[in-house]
Ligand binder design. Structure first.
Ligand SMILES: Nc1ncnc2c1ncn2[C@@H]1O[C@H](COP(=O)(O)OP(=O)(O)OP(=O)(O)O)[C@@H](O)[C@H]1O
Ligand SMILES: [Mg+2]
Length: 353
């Protein structure tokens, strides 16, 4: 089914991503670490899931690290999970017996993070590599692992890049700049410095593809629709698969296709975006308001912030906000102007004026 609440797994259910699947396959064949990026709800997990099930077929592990936490406990749980999944394809438990910090018991593997007997992830992956079989590990939303202990992951990735020719990684992230910051490939102090790590960036569907997506979904569900609502859906949701999918699901639930459902989904999309933006600073919202109102140049953004915050705002503060928002993919700089990138936010913040 084209409309479903969970990420897709089967190729028959994944709409319009054949080129991306082929591209991902090409990248995985030629590289050891690949980034898959794209804004929230665009379809990253679905693409990677389908890729694993259709192209890789075996010996893969996919772990959603969004809720893992950044402690040793959290990081080692991620790798517990990776090992557990890999073990379901090929028995790695026996091989890992005797590796420092690894306890193997009946149905599982446990990794210790205790200081003097901490599991050595490099040694674990070396052992897996020696099987001579190919493995693919996906860390979904990996930027969430950044923090004081991110070196644990980066050291492992660098080690595998250099020494484990049978193990590859796909790393996904919805905040491309933040993910790149986490990986730190351009930082000479980082263990991954200088490694070739290509990126596959997922975009929203075109107007035509969005239309096709909905028509196919409504067709499958046997729902009648008016063409103008389909047309408007692109204006509201800008080809983001997750929001088009949500629109489809809600229409099925209500048994009808209306613009008011579309507008509810748009409000939801905005809410999620605003929550994400405000997680970093509520002042980001003020910057988006300024940009949405056409105050796209530095001085006018600063004036707007001063008016709203009722205090002086200095240049470095404005610079910090803008740089962070560019990094997180909300804003881009074109010549001397700053522009909102995310179409859902553009629509919302321009409408407010
Ligand atoms: N190409 C597609 N064809 C059909 N449905 C899709 C497609 N891409 C995404 N979806 C649907 O949209 C929703 C969001 O997709 P998915 O979870 O893969 O996106 P995501 O980018 O990983 O989102 P998040 O940023 O929240 O992790 C899911 O319900 C999924 O089934
Ligand atoms: Mg996802």
């Amino acid at each position: 089914m084209i409309f479903s609440p969970e990420p897709k797994k089967r190729i028959e259910d994944l709409f319009g991503r054949n080129d991306e699947l082929k591209e991902l396959d090409k990248l995985v064949r030629k590289n050891r670490i690949i980034l898959v990026t794209g804004m929230r709800r665009i379809g990253k997990t679905s693409l990677v899931n389908v890729y694993l099930n259709k192209f890789v077929k075996q010996r893969f592990a996919l772990v959603d690290v969004r809720t893992s936490g950044k402690s040793f406990n959290g990081i080692f749980q991620v790798f517990d999970d990776v090992l557990h999944q890999l073990d379901s394809w090929i028995n790695i438990k026996d091989m890992l017996k005797g590796v420092t910090g690894v306890t193997v018991f009946g149905s599982g593997i446990s990794l210790s993070w205790k200081e003097n007997s901490r599991a050595n992830l490099g040694e674990i992956f070396d052992t897996i590599n020696k099987t001579g079989k190919k493995f693919l590990v996906v860390l979904d939303e990996a930027q969430r692992l950044r923090g004081n202990l991110s070196y644990v992951i980066l050291d492992l990735l660098a080690h595998c890049y250099d020494y484990c020719d049978n193990i590859k990684f796909i790393i996904t992230g919805s905040e491309a700049g933040v993910l790149r910051d986490f990986i730190r490939i351009d930082d000479s102090q980082s263990s991954l410095f200088g490694r070739h790590i290509p990126e596959l960036r997922l975009d929203g569907f075109s107007r035509e593809k969005s239309r096709e997506f909905l028509i196919r979904g409504f067709g499958e569900a046997g729902l009648k629709f008016k063409q103008d609502v389909i047309e408007k859906s692109f204006d509201y949701l800008d080809g983001v698969a997750g929001w088009l999918n949500e629109f489809g699901l809600r229409c099925i639930e209500k048994g009808t296709v209306t613009e008011s459902i579309l507008s509810d989904v748009f409000e939801n999309a905005v809410k999620l975006e605003i929550e994400e933006v405000s997680r970093f600073s509520t002042n980001y919202i003020l910057v988006l308001e300024a940009l949405g109102q056409g105050r796209t140049r530095w001085s006018r953004i600063r004036n707007y912030l001063e008016g709203k915050l009722q205090r002086t705002v200095n240049d470095s503060e404005v610079q910090r906000y803008l740089e962070k928002m560019i990094k997180r993919g909300y804003v881009e700089k074109r010549n001397d102007e700053y522009l909102i990138l995310d179409p859902v936010l553009i629509r919302y913040f321009s409408k407010e004026t």
